[in-house]
Design a protein around this ligand. Structure first.
Ligand code: ZN
Length: 183
């Protein structure tokens, strides 16, 4: 049973879809939390990204969305083997863009052989958009214990933390601690 009142528990939301998918995993205390540990969490994630009405939060969609998350993480972490790119490309093989002309003018519509690949495909497609826009702005939080990712939209491109309030201050505090310990 999905719980319609379940709220999004994640510390960072609102990043572009590809990175928001990576941000379904985060570190709390010493453990990793995972929003996508079941279809209830998938429903929360789909709703958070405006996909709730379009795709069912079922086990097939969950499995494919997790496949996309693994692929995107490998691509973002960018190992030299190119396996990340291959894995993202494999997700993209499950959909295509259909050019359309509507009463509102020209458009593009994604099409899927199997709707359960829809959210996975859209996240992979969003990653291509970020790569086209500004690949150097796709960042992991600079805090070593943090697994969150963001797209840096600051004017100077100097954002380092998922959040100044949490990771930024934690880093400042540990630098302060190191200084006072040495003194
Ligand atoms: Zn962080």
């Amino acid at each position: 049973m999905s719980d319609p009142d379940r709220t999004d528990p994640r510390p960072l939301t609102g990043e572009p879809l590809a990175l928001d998918l990576l941000n379904t995993r985060w570190v709390r205390g010493t453990g990793t939390q995972d929003l996508l540990d079941g279809t209830d969490g998938l429903a929360v994630w789909l709703d958070a990204n405006g996909l709730g009405g379009r795709f069912p939060a079922d086990t097939a969609t969950l499995r494919h969305t997790l496949r996309a998350r693994d692929a995107l993480l490998a691509a973002v972490e960018g190992d030299a083997s190119g396996q990340g790119a291959e894995a993202v490309d494999a997700v993209l093989a499950h959909g295509r863009i259909r050019a359309t002309l509507t009463a509102d003018g020209p458009g593009e519509r994604p099409e899927f052989d199997d709707a359960s690949w829809g959210p996975a495909w859209l996240a992979a497609r969003d990653y291509l958009r970020l790569l086209n826009a500004a690949p150097d702005r796709i960042r992991a939080c600079a805090h070593e214990a943090c697994t969150l990712h963001f797209f840096d939209t600051s004017r100077n491109g100097t954002r380092r933390w998922c959040s100044m309030a949490s990771c930024g201050n934690r880093a400042k505090a540990s630098r302060h601690y190191a200084r006072t310990k040495d003194a």
